[in-house]
Design a protein around this ligand. Structure first.
Ligand code: AMP
Length: 191
């Protein structure tokens, strides 16, 4: 099994690179942001809870997020048999520890963490452009700044967490989608 965490700030290209990995490697994709947005669209109770956090640029509480992830994994055991791309999860140390436990219980583990590194100015430009193209409600300047603060304070410590475990690989996230995909491919071919 190849369990890949695709890691990086909002706008770093996680979703785009995940799509390429699905095509090339047949992995099952779990984007926690997509799961939440789908719940908002369907008007579920979870969607109502998630909406308030997302629009404030804040993280959904760990306990709730971890139970959502466990449900998605359990509901897709067969599809996930070749491995999973975790996109947007974990976002805190508590989530990373929970992921270790969850995968451990299922007899597997994180293979590699691919950290897409993109300068802040470019992140903001990309997110605002995506907001213009898709109308995504949290892709506006005010919320983006909060999301970047949350990333720096709560999520970026995960680099150290995974570095200590020898799992973190920094990927230069600039220079075009195909060039970044090639760097990821090279990294995966070495693992
Ligand atoms: P994303 O699509 O990954 O950028 O996520 C959009 C928003 O969903 C984030 O700003 C959070 O509010 C929420 N979210 C997604 N994944 C997580 C997670 N692993 N933990 C907490 N909140 C999350």
């Amino acid at each position: 099994m190849l369990n890949i965490v695709i890691f990086g700030a909002p706008g770093s290209g996680k979703g785009t690179q995940s799509e390429i990995l699905i095509r090339n490697r047949g992995l099952f994709h779990i984007s926690t942001g997509d799961v939440l947005r789908d719940n908002i669209r369907r008007g579920t109770e979870l969607g109502a809870t998630a909406k308030a956090y997302i629009e404030q640029g804040q993280l959904i509480p760990d306990e709730l997020m971890v139970s959502i992830l466990a449900d998605v994994l359990d509901a897709n055991r067969e599809a996930a048999a070749q491995g999973v791309i975790f996109d947007g999860f974990p976002r805190t140390i508590a989530q990373a520890e929970a992921l270790e436990d969850m995968l451990g219980e299922r007899g597997t583990s994180v293979t590699l963490v691919l950290g897409l590194e993109v300068p802040e100015e470019e992140l903001i430009n990309r997110i605002l452009e995506r907001g213009r193209l898709t109308g995504r409600s949290d892709d506006n300047l005010e919320t983006v700044k909060k999301r970047l603060d949350v990333y720096h304070n709560q999520t970026s410590p995960l680099k150290e967490f995974y570095n200590e475990r020898g799992l973190y690989r920094a990927i230069e996230g600039m220079g075009g989608i195909e060039a970044v995909a090639q760097r990821i491919d090279d990294e995966l071919n070495h693992c």
